[in-house]
Write a protein that binds this ligand. Structure first.
Ligand code: DAK
Length: 258
């Protein structure tokens, strides 16, 4: 499928989605978010895809929602049109693991998009921020909610109230990103991580995603029960027998998602 604001490449069981509006630092407009939602749905439905990577350019993952597109919109436009909700809901419906590979700016909706992925690998040039307050608005897709859960109240307040950017080192220290790598190594590292995930049982990978996400929705006792029952359930799969047999027989496991 031909896209105008993103590119999609599927190789070695990994779908690489690259945001591609270089003139606007990958600012998120209707077209880009619509195409991203479509590509993610396609990746979810494509049996060849076992993991997804979303990235931008070296200069910007995404510098936020498109301010030019939003400036003249009214409350009724964005409220009744439910700005960005169907597209962002689609991202959350993807059951396959998604890695955000971030270089440069990940601001506003860009930071929020990265946080909607399952984890973030960034380069040393990454800058995260929720500068919506400078525009007379506030974050709209998780910048006050997911960010607070990831980095805590103090830093989330600081970033949302001052609009300051967080660099890669601070982002790793705060738990926003899982790893920081040199700029030139970003894609190699992200694709290697995706490749590793692609080798696992898709059943286990899907269960991991559901269990970790559950931790944000339910009390600890419920989350632990859910995890334990999912663990028990996996003993009903061929992949559990294969994984444990492969370990004991000192060979690589050949998972078949069964
Ligand atoms: N929108 C539109 N164009 C943008 C843009 C953006 N967010 N960010 C950058 N650009 C454009 C610039 O206008 C410029 O275009 P030309 O002038 O060349 O035509 C080009 O990209 C290059 O940008 P700069 O010349 O500014 O480049 P610099 O290196 O000097 O600065 C920068 C880079 C990232 C620091 C700066 O561009 C910047 O501050 N950008 C704006 C960052 C920002 O404020 N982001 C937050 C946007 S608000 C919601 C969902 C989502 C959201 C809200 C609600 N709902 C579901 C309800 C999200 C809101 C936001 O993200």
């Amino acid at each position: 499928m031909a896209y105008e604001t993103i590119t999609v490449d599927v190789d070695n069981h990994v779908a690489l989605i690259t945001l591609n509006r270089p003139d606007a630092l990958n600012a998120l407009n209707d077209a880009l978010l619509g195409e991203l939602a479509k590509a993610l749905k396609g990746a979810q439905e494509n049996d060849k895809v076992r993991c997804i990577v979303i990235t931008g350019s070296e200069k910007a993952f995404a510098a936020g929602a498109d301010i030019a597109m939003m400036r003249e919109k009214s409350f009724v436009d964005v409220f009744m049109g439910d700005l960005f909700t169907p597209e962002t809901d689609q991202i959350l419906r993807v059951r396959k693991p998604i890695i955000a590979a971030v270089s440069g700016y990940a601001l506003g909706g860009g930071c929020e998009l990265a946080m909607m992925c399952d984890f973030i690998i960034c380069s040393e040039s990454a800058k995260f921020g929720q500068p919506e307050i400078n525009l007379g608005v506030v974050a709209g897709i998780g910048g006050t909610q997911r960010l607070t859960r990831l980095v805590g109240k103090s830093k989330a307040m600081d970033m949302n109230l001052t609009g300051r950017f967080m660099d890669a080192e601070e982002a790793e220290r705060s738990g926003l990103v899982s790893r920081v790598v040199p700029v030139k190594k970003l894609m190699e590292e992200a694709m290697a991580a995706a490749g590793k995930i692609a080798e696992k049982s898709m059943i286990s990978a899907t269960v991991v995603k559901e269990c970790v996400n559950r931790a944000y929705e339910v009390p600890l006792s419920e989350g632990l029960l859910f995890e334990r029952r999912m663990f028990h359930s996996l003993f009903n799969t061929e992949d559990q027998k294969e994984g444990m047999s492969a370990f004991l027989e000192k060979r690589e496991a050949q998972f078949r998602d069964k």
